[in-house]
Design a protein around this ligand. Structure first.
Ligand SMILES: Cc1cc2nc3c(=O)[nH]c(=O)nc-3n(C[C@H](O)[C@H](O)[C@H](O)COP(=O)(O)OP(=O)(O)OC[C@H]3O[C@@H](n4cnc5c(N)ncnc54)[C@H](O)[C@@H]3O)c2cc1C
Length: 427
């Protein structure tokens, strides 16, 4: 086990004050579309038809567990599967880092589910699942790097720092071990899960934008896409990530805002020199000011992923329109080469520079459960910086809630959207 488990303040993503945003009306209360009759309320469990909207990790995990448990699932995604945060995240997983907080049980259950999914789906080969050692360390840009060492590791403080970390690091601490921390490649994970759901359990994927829901007598009837297509179902799950804030049925009840975060992916010339150590950095820029806290994850593919530099920003309509801020990218490049001479321009190829949005809520908790006032309409969003970790347990819990009426794997009461009813919202 790690020593003192890190708390959420380790994450750079939870420290920012949200902005307000506008929304459009997307829920209509009576059916006027040319739809066929929905499946009967008494449809047996095996044939319940569910539409899941949003092809990020949350929507895909929900579709997977619903279909595995007998539902007929259609997944609607407006762009491409895992095109947004679920494809561009770090993919870091921690068993006990959320302990003492409201998402502790969700995180623990999900960490364990990741482990069993990896066994089921050949995670190490299919999507780079592996256990990690995780270090916290501080590093100052203005200090000279130490001479690169040929030994496999060196000791600073009370922790072992791998030799590829040859920058001027200090205050190193082991904060996770191979029992408590792990990683996946988030895009490969999400896409592998979906292809299994399609092949083994018959999930269908529709590329199209959810425009509105139709209801009859307060009960969900169908999903209407922007191009006019209509999908009838017994239930709908809205897993729209940071775009939840643009969907009136959700934004009229609670706020989801986007925290834009940046990342780069590097391919060092000698990938075998990079050991499976995740690094949580306190980085002091040369020009002074407060330290920033980027995170570095070497991947079994030989790539090194580095993220940080986040700020609240307006979420563009299309995921393809999200462009990184060049200054943020150049800071990340400087961080990379300060941490390791193997990650400078000469020694590593830049494979990607990108940005994406964390879906955040006003009370920093995900929103998972039944939408109040509408029968058979469910939501799963607001997972902030832990969506890859918490995707599997969220999906499994949603499947139980929809198919059995109650989630056993995790108590969802704390995350219910009903908590926002009558609550004054931040603007
Ligand atoms: C830089 C960065 C690093 C991160 N690192 C980690 C990490 O190491 N570990 C971790 O656990 N989490 C991490 N996260 C958080 C994690 O990525 C998110 O919590 C998670 O991806 C959110 O998943 P989602 O499915 O809710 O949203 P998204 O991935 O944003 O997916 C939402 C999907 O809905 C689709 N959509 C939106 N509107 C519509 C519509 N009207 N119709 C149809 N489809 C629609 C979008 O196109 C998109 O594909 C990180 C996030 C960032 C930004």
């Amino acid at each position: 086990m790690a020593g003192t488990p890190p708390v959420s303040s380790f994450s750079p993503f939870l420290r920012y004050i949200p902005n307000s945003r506008s929304s459009t009306l997307t829920l209509i209360r009576s059916s006027s579309s040319p739809v066929t009759s929905p499946v009967s309320m008494d449809t047996p469990r095996e044939t319940r038809k569910v539409v899941v909207c949003g092809g990020g990790v949350i929507g895909v995990c929900t579709a997977y567990f619903l279909a595995k448990n007998g539902a007929a699932v259609t997944l609607v995604e407006k762009s491409a599967i895992a095109c947004a945060a679920s494809g561009k995240a770090g993919g870091f997983l921690a068993f006990d880092w959320c302990d003492g907080g409201p998402i502790s049980a969700l995180a623990r259950a999900s960490f364990n589910l990741h482990r069993s999914l990896s066994q089921e789906l050949d995670g190490p080969k299919s999507y780079g699942y592996r256990a990690l050692t995780t270090l916290s360390l501080t590093i100052s840009e203005s200090q000279k790097p130490s001479t690169p060492s040929n030994s496999s590791s060196k000791s600073t403080g009370n922790s072992v720092v791998p030799s590829w970390v040859d920058g001027p690091v200090q205050n190193t601490r082991t904060i996770g071990n191979t029992e408590t921390t792990a990683q996946v490649h988030p895009q490969l994970f999400t896409r592998t899960l979906l292809s299994n759901a399609m092949e083994k359990y018959g999930v269908e994927v529709v590329i199209g934008k959810l425009e509105k829901l139709t209801l009859e007598g307060g009960r969900f009837q169908s999903v209407v896409l922007e191009d006019g297509r209509v999908i009838n179902a017994d239930a709908v799950v809205l897993a729209l990530g940071p775009w939840s804030g643009k969907f009136e049925a959700l934004s009229s009840l609670f706020r989801v805002y986007g925290l834009k975060a940046h990342s780069i992916v590097l391919e060092p010339k000698e990938p075998e020199a990079i050991t499976p150590h995740a690094l949580f950095l306190g980085y002091y820029p040369a020009q002074g000011g407060r330290p920033i806290d980027p995170e570095m994850y070497p991947r079994p593919t030989g790539e090194v992923y580095l993220c940080g530099m986040s700020a609240v920003a307006e979420v563009p309509e299309n995921p393809e329109e999200i462009t990184p801020n060049p200054e943020s990218i150049s800071v990340l490049k400087r961080v990379a080469k300060t941490v390791s001479s193997r990650l400078g321009e000469e020694e590593a190829e830049l494979k990607a520079e990108q940005a994406c949005f964390l879906p955040c809520t006003d009370d920093d908790l995900p929103v998972i459960g039944k939408l109040p006032g509408v029968s058979e309409c469910y939501v799963a969003t607001g997972h902030s910086c832990w969506g890859i970790l918490n995707g599997p347990a969220t999906g499994a819990a949603m499947a139980e809630l929809i198919l059995d009426g109650e989630s056993v794997i995790v108590d969802l009461n704390r995350f219910s959207p009903a908590r926002f009813v009558g609550r004054e919202r931040n603007r």
